[in-house]
Design a protein around this ligand. Sequence first.
Ligand code: NI
Length: 171
Amino acid sequence: MALLPILVAPDPRLKLKAKPVASVDARVARLMEDMLETMYAAPGIGLAAPQVGESLRVIVVDVGKGEEERAPLRMANPEIAWASEESIPFEEGCLSLPEQYADVTRPRAVRVRYLDEAGAAREIEAEGLLAVCIQHEMDHLEGTLFVDHLSVLRRGMIMKRLQKAMNDKTA
Ligand code: NI
C-alpha cells in the first residue's frame, strides 16, 4: 500500500468529471486500498479518486469510530438509486480544503448502487453522517466541492481563507 498525495483546491483536476471504471481489476482494487490508507493517515472519513489525481469513479468511506471499529466501504461507479425528500444541514469539511468547514444541506438518507472491491454489484442504504459522506464523495466525481453548494460570497470567503492558510504554511 502507498500514501498518495492529496490535491488541494483550487487545483483544476478537482473540477473534472471522473470516468466510469470499466471493470474493478487489480489496479482499481489497489487504488482503493491506497486511497483508504491515505484517508486514514490524513485523517479523514472519505476520499474520492479525483482527490488523488485519478479521474475515475471510485470513492472510499469509513465513518466508523476509530481504529477499533473500522468499517471501510470501497465503491466503484456509485449511483444514487433513491434519495429522501427530507434534507438536513450538516457541517462538512474536505481533505482538499484543509481546515475549512461549512454547513451543507443534503438529503438525509440515500440508497446507493455500486461495485465493491471484488467487482460485485451492491446496494447500501445510508442515513445521517454516512449518507452525507457518501454524497460528498460522489460530488467529487462530478468535479463538485462542498463549497460549490454555498453562496458565491461564502465560497469566496472560504477560498480566500484557504489560500492564506496555504501561503502561511509554505512561507
Ligand atoms: Ni471532499
